[in-house]
Design a protein around this ligand. Structure first.
Ligand code: AMP
Ligand code: MG
Length: 492
């Protein structure tokens, strides 16, 4: 069965300095783990063909589909605050772009596909564990409506990669609105390549902010667009207890999609200082720091764009500052709207932010489980008796009572009927998230026993995270003490 992918490549048309033309390196014995059939159809691809041996060869990098112009993109980036002038796709290649069923341009990229000129001493490969983690978490994020790159497929390679241990290798096929990062702009800015920078900005505008082309200064409008998307994106993360873990500037998109799922995790017990990543020693990317870091990254992007804002340096800085000042209000409005929804509030009152903050402070002090609490609050939907029973989720139940009184009183001034409120809250508060212990369990079964059943079951359990499903109760429960996973690893 021949594989037809109707590529329509635009990045490959950019000047040569934007990338290295390099193909994936074939692997020994590719085997399909999972194909995302609905996503394949969304992209206009035939799932049956993709899961045939010829299709799997393409997904593993052994065959190049017609029309593919594989390339490794150049980018730079601040990693934990230190600038690295050259990073780039060291273990990924862009196969090309397709226009999906809705006419949207989507990148198809292989991650773990072998060495490129940007590998910097790395082997260009990915271990199975991180590939499965990215598959599970990115698809769960998509199912929860969070802008994200997607997972089209995962294959094992039949080869081993050497990390701290010898591990099975894998390749993820990733789909993204684009792979343009803040770090892509930094790559040209640090080289003082004004022409390339403008070319990149024009490409990004055409792809992600077409309306900006008509603005008085399109590049200012581009920065504003990126800032607003990131402000809203990070608010979504915060509302779900998601911690990205490596918010380096090379891991922040221009499109506003979540990208590069490394040591990411959802927190169980709520605490604003939560950090999972083993490499984040100082908590730079802790849960509560995420909005501030997003703004820091956007300041890096703004710095790159200054020459396109105004020929006078001071004037350019003033413009950038003005745009960046817009981040906080957009973020905090989005954040408040999401927490109002989580609390079942259809109306708006000035004290709503304080009501949410009061709750979060109490949850942090009492180690209450974030996802379970909000889901059970949705079930209660303002019923006083059921609401009271939530006090058991707090290590000191009396800490919950005053807040419950305050919430019930506030609901008394909200127009929604209980049933309507319950339904709305259940659309804001997922029953199931990719709990870290479940993700680790699925990875361990696959890596240690070649058993992919827990992985498939987990992916399927997260396909409709807002629906009640008693059969999936095991995926809703927080970890028991002995099941808790406190650290996650990049595994790169
Ligand atoms: P990441 O941790 O995915 O954000 O990657 C940071 C940088 O390291 C990027 O330039 C990657 O391409 C590169 N990198 C990560 N893992 C490898 C690897 N196994 N081989 C080569 N380059 C890698
Ligand atoms: Mg990265």
């Amino acid at each position: 069965m021949t594989i037809r992918i109707p590529f329509d490549n635009s990045y490959a048309r950019l000047p040569e300095g934007f990338f290295a033309r390099v193909g994936p390196v074939p692997v020994r014995a590719p085997r399909l783990i999972r194909l995302n059939e609905p996503l394949a159809r969304e992209l206009g691809l035939d799932p049956e063909a993709l899961s045939s041996p010829e299709g799997v060869a393409v997904l593993a990098g052994g065959e190049i589909a017609e029309g593919s112009e594989p390339l490794a993109a150049a980018y730079a980036g601040h990693q934990f605050g230190s600038f690295v002038p050259q990073l780039g796709d060291g273990r990924a290649v862009l196969l090309g772009e397709v226009l999906d069923r809705n006419g949207a341009r989507r990148d198809i990229q292989l991650k773990g596909s072998g060495k490129t000129p940007f590998s910097r001493g790395g082997d260009g490969r990915a271990a199975l564990g991180p590939v499965l983690r990215e598959y599970v978490v990115s698809e769960a994020m998509a199912a929860m409506g969070v802008p994200t790159t997607r997972a089209l497929a995962a294959v094992t390679t039949g080869e081993h990669v050497l990390r701290e241990d010898v591990l099975p290798g894998a390749v993820l096929t990733r789909v993204a609105a684009s792979h343009i990062r803040v770090g892509t702009f930094q790559f040209f800015a640090v080289r003082r390549d004004a022409e390339a920078l403008k070319r990149l900005a024009d490409h990004a505008i055409a792809r992600h902010d077409p309306a900006a082309a008509d603005a008085p200064n399109p590049y200012v409008a581009l920065l504003r667009g990126v800032a607003e998307r990131q402000a809203r994106l990070v608010a979504r993360w915060m509302s779900l207890g998601f911690i990205h873990g490596v918010m380096n500037t090379d891991n922040m998109t221009i499109s506003g999609e979540t990208i590069d799922y490394g040591p990411c995790a959802f927190m169980d017990a709520y605490h604003p200082d939560t950090v999972f990543s083993s490499i984040d020693q100082f908590g730079r990317y802790a849960y509560a720091n995420q909005p501030g870091i997003a703004l820091w990254n956007l300041a890096c992007l703004a710095e790159c764009l200054l020459p396109l804002f105004h020929e006078d340096g001071d004037a350019a800085v003033a413009i950038a500052q003005d745009v960046l000042a817009g981040f906080e209000p957009v973020h905090s409005e989005a954040h408040l709207a999401l927490f109002r929804a989580k609390l079942g509030l259809a109306s708006e009152e000035a004290d709503d932010r304080a009501l949410a903050e009061d709750l979060l402070n109490r949850m942090a002090a009492a180690g209450a489980d974030f996802t379970l609490f909000f889901r059970r609050l949705s079930d209660a939907a303002g019923n006083p008796v059921e609401t009271r029973s939530l006090r058991d989720l707090f290590s000191d139940p009396t800490a919950f009572d005053p807040w419950a009184d305050r919430w019930l009183e506030r609901l008394g001034r909200d127009p929604q009927a209980a049933e309507e409120r319950r339904a709305a809250m259940k659309r804001a508060n997922p029953a199931r998230i990719p709990r870290n212990h479940r993700v680790e369990e699925a990875i361990a079964a696959a890596v240690e026993r070649d058993d992919f059943a827990p992985f498939h079951a987990l992916v399927e359990a997260l396909q409709d995270p807002f629906a009640d499903d008693p059969a999936l109760a095991a995926y809703e429960a927080p970890p028991r003490t002995e099941e808790r996973v406190l650290q996650t690893f990049c595994g790169t």
